[in-house]
Design a protein around this ligand. Structure first.
Ligand code: ADP
Length: 940
């Protein structure tokens, strides 16, 4: 049941019931059952856009009816009223529609905006309307609907096999409509889903099922990605349809020019995306009459996974690269350290920064190229400052270009574009003075040839601060166009003419208080006060009677009105035509606009890297081919920022240890304790130490330094050598809560299985507390076996691995396996308290200090005391059972030894029993007694 709040005079009702609310009185008696022509129109468009909420323009409002009204009421908190009985209605004022659209999109809805496409005053019968835009979460282009520094990708996924099939593949396509970037890939299903996590789409398209329900795996993805999912008809995913759509879009006969065979399965997803885009962006073209064909959309590019360091979805989340696990915000995530003066200056730079952090490079040459620019800017602070000054005024030309391409650019967009591309000169000048920047300089010089004339054209034609829209003109500068100037001067002269006319009438008719005025509804008029109204000559016609005045019109004034009003509309029409011309001119330079956008955003991010590196004392890591990771005095980028001097830097040496000695000696004679005592080829470090000591921080820091090194950014350390890495794997506990519906242990094991299967010698693996989610013995055995597996052997070296664990027993592995080393976080005991030093030292920790940590966490004293007692008891039994393997490097310790617990009292009684002294009945009674004791202890 709906609860509707009937309003005495709802602000929407006038507009809803009639076409011209300002002129026509509202028709009171609308027949309940019969639809008005406007309502029939509404239903027609509603039917054409299933799944969309229809914003139906009526006068100064957008109205929603029936279920849409209820939905809008809930999503936007607007008043729900009734149009006629039983027809729920809600409306929003047209001038503030963007804010409401944003709310609808944020709530995951799709909206079709139906406009009046003819002047209501000229309309014969019902005003002509059409849907001019369909807005969905993934197809936004308007500035007001988009977040400035964040991308807003639309993705499509096509599974090529039934759910659960072995070795199944899936194709992905993703497009950033607001910039025109278009990518496709066919990958293993799991990889495809990993990539989706990295892409973080706002909307995901999938192939509709016969039942209309989304398949399970789509539901799962939707939940994981937190995006909206839209089912599309299956024919749109057919390969022949897809290739036809793509060929038509790019005006080509073959797709081979883009590197695709006609039957490439990846095209199915690309085709489906394109169909969706043409559908959602098409109506605007028809209305404006200029086919736009999404001209800014670049041809699909095949995503090459191997060109990037692969980060799967688990690692994406747990390394907190672009958002934190807990809050989902950038603050506290890796990207969050690039804020303030270290933030990119432009919105485009902010988006590219996320890209670069989520897609680090895997090619050494490409990384070093970025590093060389960062180095140049670190060395030369003037270069950095001048470059920032040059790109700071550049606005979001990527998105403006997209709006030009879909016909939604505003006068402000055009002027901002002109002003932005004019900066190409300044950018070129800054680069011209710098050695080793010829690649960027050459690009700037090329772009300048096109962009400078374009900037000039726009600047010459437009005023500096244009209006938000062109409804009343006001964009084109005086003196730019003769026709416009003429129409404008007519309007301007009208003031003088009116003043003269008023003076003439006053004198002629002896009416000193006569007034000649203008009103939007009634037009021009001569006004006499009620006292003087009889003095009006007969030639004047009465126009309007007010309480204290009478208004008239004369033939002269009527003619004048016609001239002025037509001049006004001529001026507006002329401005609109000139604006369209300028937009087209700009849109024709799409390639250069994109080129400049790329140039600016790349330099912007490199500048941010340099600024960050300078401010936070980052160093350039040496990138090498060997699978090593050697860090001297490394810091966690986020905690380093937060804790400042309080943060304790630490060393790390994984892989061929002598390398650091060699390279380190070149730059610095001081060798760290860790590297000196490290086995030369250990690839796996077991890190033990109390909770809260800094194990997680240390292993994450290694992963983040590796990642940063692959983006071309410098790293928080005194020196670093980073071997090229193909993937970063992580298994850390904090993720569990995110996997609804699966047990923590299952998630842990699934993720670890993935690591064991896919980690190569070139990977970096960080594992935090494996085996926690099961019994101690299970956990220990699993952790042990996993560590052994990842340690590899001579024939098959393992990945670089950092394995934080609270199972000290595993640390004996280092004695048997040369590829394993022990590290521990040092603590100092002081007056029964422990002090965390956060310093990593060689060797294993001797115990876990769990009870100390529990005490710090505020567990009641009685519980802590009892725990200490129990620990002492258990330690006695445990000590007697400890493996003796510690001093020998030979066979692996027998885990069964750990299972020898303190004997149960019943066992003691049994062994002390003298059987010869018992009768059968006494023996039976004793057995029953022991059984009862056992049952009691087991709680049954
Ligand atoms: P663990 O994994 O051993 O339980 P964490 O890595 O979560 O410990 O660290 C616990 C806290 O200790 C962190 O939140 C941080 O405040 C502090 N910490 C960790 N490493 C350092 C360090 N190197 N220098 C200073 N503080 C640190």
């Amino acid at each position: 049941m709906l609860t509707m709040q009937a309003m005495a005079s709802p602000p929407t009702s006038a507009a809803a019931a009639g076409e011209k609310p300002a002129n026509k009185p509202v028709k009171k008696a609308v027949k309940a059952k019969q639809d008005t022509p406007a309502m029939r129109q509404y239903k027609h468009f509603k039917q054409q856009h299933p799944g969309c909420v229809l914003f139906f323009r009526m006068g100064d409002f957008y109205e929603m009816f029936y279920e849409d009204a209820v939905l809008a009421h809930k999503a936007m908190g607007i008043t729900l009223t009734q149009r006629t009985e039983g027809v729920p209605m809600a409306g929003v004022p047209y001038h503030s529609v963007e804010g409401y659209l944003r709310k609808m999109i944020q709530a995951g809805h799709r909206v079709a905006v139906c406009e009046q496409v003819e002047d209501a005053a000229q309309a014969k019968g019902v005003v002509k309307r059409d849907v001019t835009r369909v807005i969905t979460p993934g197809t936004l282009t308007d500035e007001s609907l988009l977040e400035e520094g964040a991308e807003n990708p639309l993705a499509a996924i096509v599974y090529h096999h039934q759910e659960g099939s072995e070795g199944a593949q899936a194709s992905l396509a993703w497009v950033e409509l607001s910039t025109g970037a278009f990518n496709v890939a066919t990958l293993d299903e799991a990889q495809a889903e990993d990539e989706l996590a990295r892409i973080a789409p706002s909307e995901l398209l999938y192939c509709d099922t016969a039942t209309g329900d989304a398949p399970m795996r789509i539901e799962h993805l939707k939940q994981q990605l937190g995006c909206s999912a839209t089912g599309r008809p299956s024919w749109q995913f057919r390969i022949d349809e897809a290739t036809d759509t793509l060929k038509a879009q790019y005006g080509v006969k073959q797709l081979s020019g883009f590197g695709f065979a006609d039957d490439d399965p990846a095209l199915t997803a690309a085709g489906a995306i394109l169909q969706y885009l043409t559908e959602t962006q098409r109506s605007g073209e028809e209305v404006s009459g200029t086919p736009k064909r999404l001209a800014h959309l670049r041809p699909p590019k095949r995503f090459a996974r191997h060109e990037h360091l692969v980060i799967d979805q688990t690692s994406m989340r747990s390394l907190e690269i672009d958002r934190t696990l807990r809050t989902g915000q950038t603050e506290g995530a890796l990207i969050g350290v690039f804020t303030g003066p270290s933030a990119p200056a432009t919105a485009m730079g902010k988006r590219l920064l996320r890209q670069w952090l989520c897609y680090p490079l895997s090619d050494r040459g490409a990384i070093e190229q970025r590093q060389s620019v960062v180095q140049a800017m670190v060395d030369d602070s003037r270069f950095r400052r001048e470059l920032r000054d040059a790109i700071d005024p550049v606005q979001d030309i990527e998105r403006i270009a997209a709006r030009l391409a879909v016909g939604r650019a505003t006068p402000r967009d055009l002027v901002a574009l002109g002003r932005s591309v004019a900066q190409a000169r300044a950018v070129q000048d800054v680069l011209a003075d710098r050695p080793n920047q010829s690649a960027y300089h050459d690009r700037a010089v090329e772009l300048l040839k096109v962009l400078e004339p374009l900037a000039q054209t726009i600047t010459d034609a437009c005023i500096e601060s244009p209006p938000a829209h062109l409804r009343e003109g006001g964009l084109i500068a005086d003196g730019h166009d003769a026709e416009l100037d003429e129409a404008r001067s007519l309007q301007r002269d009208s003031h003088a003419w009116l003043a003269q006319y008023q003076a003439r009438l006053a004198e002629e008719h002896d009416l000193p208080h006569i007034k000649v005025g203008y009103n939007k509804v009634f037009g021009y008029y001569i006004e006499l006060s009620a006292a003087n109204k009889d003095k009006a000559p007969d030639s004047w016609s009465r126009k309007q009677t007010l309480k204290n005045a009478e208004r008239f019109i004369t033939q002269d004034l009527k003619e004048f009105e016609g001239k002025v009003l037509s001049a006004e509309s001529r001026a507006v029409a002329r401005e609109q035509a000139l604006f369209a011309e300028l937009c087209e001119q700009a849109a024709n330079e799409m390639g250069s606009l994109h080129g400049f956008a790329h140039l600016v955003s790349e330099l912007d991010v490199l500048g941010a890297f340099a600024e960050r590196s300078t401010r936070a004392r980052y160093v350039k890591p040496a990138i090498v081919d060997e699978p090593i990771l050697q860090i001297e005095a490394g810091r966690h980028p986020v905690l380093d920022e937060l804790l400042g001097d309080q943060f304790v830097p630490n060393d790390l040496v994984l892989g061929a240890g002598d390398l650091l000695l060699e390279k380190g000696n070149e730059s610095d004679d001081q060798q760290s304790a860790t590297s000196n005592q490290h086995p030369p080829s250990a690839s796996l470090a077991l890190i033990t130490g109390p909770n809260m000591a800094g194990k997680s921080t240390y292993i994450r820091q290694a992963a983040l330094i590796t990642l940063l090194a692959h983006t071309g950014c410098f790293v928080p350390a005194d020196s670093a050598i980073v071997g090229l890495t193909d993937r970063i794997f992580t298994r850390v506990g904090a993720n569990d809560e995110l996997h609804a519906g699966q047990s923590t242990f299952m998630v842990e094991m699934t993720e670890t299985a993935n690591i064991c299967h896919h980690a190569t010698e070139r990977s970096l693996v960080i594992l935090d507390e494996i085996g926690r989610g099961t019994s101690t013995l299970d956990g220990l055995s699993l952790a042990w076996a996993i560590a052994e597996h990842l340690a590899g052997n001579e024939n098959k070296p393992g990945p670089r691995t950092l394995f934080a664990t609270h199972y000290h027993e595993i640390t004996t592995l280092a004695e048997r396996l040369p590829s394993v080393t022990n590290l521990s976080v040092t603590v100092r005991e002081w007056q029964d308290e422990i002090v965390f030093l956060h310093r990593i030292a060689p060797g294993a920790a001797d115990r876990s200090y769990g009870i100390h940590v529990a005490k710090i966490a505020g567990l009641p004293d009685a519980v802590v005391t009892r725990a200490n007692q129990l620990l002492a008891d258990l330690a006695v039994s445990h000590e007697s059972a400890k493996p003796k393997a510690a001093t020998t490097a030979a066979p692996p310790p027998q885990l069964s030894l750990f299972t020898e617990y303190m004997p149960h009292p019943v066992m003691e009684k049994l062994s002390a029993t003298d059987l010869n002294a018992l009768s059968p009945i006494q023996a039976f009674d004793l057995i029953r007694q022991w059984r009862d004791e056992l049952n009691e202890d087991n709680g049954s």
